[in-house]
Design a protein around this ligand. Structure first.
Ligand SMILES: *Cc1c(COP(=O)(O)O)cnc(C)c1O
Length: 437
């Protein structure tokens, strides 16, 4: 034991939480590859739409782990599904059959149209499957090229960065995987002009996410479908961020084309999904249409042509099935639609009241963004992008959002975020915007 005297001269311990953050930071500094620009925040736990950092401060989460935690944090029904399935079967490999994978594929097909589903582990990997589908489709005619959009984002694998229409993800990793070219988004004539004898497919996001929340127009979607039919190309949609009810419909094209004359029966030939699919459990998938251009497209990737060890494990599929059950039972698509419309109108109201800070509101459902002015006097003299500065101020005020590019702040809340919490988030956003203006 220490003598009493010693104890008196030792200063009181700093709050343990402070040490904890420094310790976590130090572990990352020393042992984690520094490929991410992270915020100065470390979280310990969450519940519903709130997260707590290591100092005990509470945050309203309007980012949901970049559109992943579809039912919020520590959702008891997800926990229960995880426990129940993990007691039975976690993984068996794709050498064998199991019920959850078949059931989940059936449910996904039921939300789209006749076709089949392949399961993988990440969005980038789901897109890799679509590139392989396109190559297999065009192979015998010597076609392999996939056209993608400028400002798109399709993941960080080698083919993913080749497909992504942003130079910053490609830099330093040349030479690029061949077979990708970029076209301006929402420009049908540019797409038509870009088609070469080697082109096999066109891949777009239904709503560009990382590129700054830009939905495809109805004319673009319908025009691309016609163009692809005419030129014997596959129309592929990356629904990794904009899918899984984030727009207020299962897929964003279903929301964008709702009630549009001539849009009945519109379908892409392939569609990738991830993010919200597992509500936080890593699982991804791509759907392939049953038939296209006279080809049985859904059977093109025949035995031996594509595979992944973890794809569609019993555990991942059981959780994804639970997410679908809850979304359907609680009518969360309607919630996203109604509350999303309210949020967007309210954000547009901010642009009206604080025009020196907020330029516009963008997006659909719970895939929203507000665009900031290029030069905001209240934020001058800081070299950080304006979007980052605003996101940081929102952190101080206890709200989590996701920056996109230099000028856009994204709101990608859980599909279950209720109107009351949307209002709570809005009032914090307004107070921060007001303080900057
Ligand atoms: C996040 C994202 C991806 C990549 O998904 P990962 O799971 O990170 O590989 C691909 N496409 C879009 C549109 C995304 O938002």
């Amino acid at each position: 034991m220490r003598p009493a005297k010693m104890r008196e001269i030792v200063p009181p311990l700093p709050p343990i939480v402070h040490n904890q953050y420094a310790e976590v930071r130090e572990l990352f500094n020393r042992f984690v590859v520094p490929s991410y620009g992270r915020f100065e925040l470390a979280f310990s736990h969450g519940a519903g739409h709130y997260l707590w950092d290591l100092s005990g401060k509470r945050y309203l989460d309007l980012g949901s782990g970049i559109a992943v935690c579809a039912l919020g944090h520590a959702n008891p029904e997800i926990t229960e599904a995880l426990i129940e399935q993990s007691r039975k079967l976690v993984h068996i490999s794709n050498l064998y059959y199991h019920e959850p994978q078949g059931r989940l594929a059936q449910r996904i097909v039921g939300h789209l149209a006749p076709g089949k589903v392949f399961f993988s582990n990440s969005g980038a990997e789901a897109n890799e499957g679509l590139y392989k589908l396109a190559r297999k489709f065009g192979h015998d005619e010597g076609r392999y090229e996939v056209l993608t959009a400028i400002n798109s984002f399709h993941g960080r694998t080698l083919a993913g960065i080749a497909a992504t229409g942003q130079d910053k993800v490609k830099k330093g990793f040349e030479p690029a995987v061949p077979g990708f070219r970029h076209i301006p988004y929402n420009d049908l004539e540019a797409a038509r002009a870009a088609i070469s004898p080697a082109t096999a497919a066109i891949l777009i996001e239904g709503i560009q996410g990382e590129g700054g929340i830009t939905p495809a127009t109805t004319e673009y979607l319908l025009g691309l479908r016609k163009l692809c039919d005419e030129k014997r190309l596959l129309l592929l949609i990356d629904g990794v961020q904009c899918g899984h009810f984030r727009s207020g419909k299962f897929q964003s094209f279903q929301r964008i084309l709702e009630g549009v004359p001539g849009a009945e029966g519109f379908l892409p030939d392939g569609l990738s999904m991830a993010k919200s699919l597992g509500g936080g459990f890593p699982i991804a998938a791509f759907w392939v249409r049953e038939e296209s251009h006279g080809v049985k497209l859904c059977d093109l990737l025949s035995p031996g042509t594509h595979a992944t060890t973890y794809g569609g494990t019993p555990l991942g599929c059981a959780v994804a099935l639970k997410v679908l059950d809850v979304v359907e039972r609680d009518r969360l698509a309607d919630n996203v639609r109604n509350t999303g419309d309210f949020l967007k109108t309210s954000l547009a109201g901010l642009a009206d009241r604080y025009p020196t800070v907020v330029k516009s509101a963008r997006g659909l459902g719970y895939m929203l963004g507000f665009e900031l002015q290029e030069n905001i006097p209240g934020l001058a003299g800081n070299s950080k992008p304006i979007s980052l500065q605003v996101v940081n101020r929102l952190h101080e005020a206890g709200v989590l959002t996701v920056p996109s590019g230099n000028q856009i702040v994204r709101l990608l809340p859980a599909l279950s975020l209720p109107r009351t919490l949307a209002e709570e988030g809005l009032s914090v956003i307004e107070s921060v915007v007001k303080s900057i203006a």
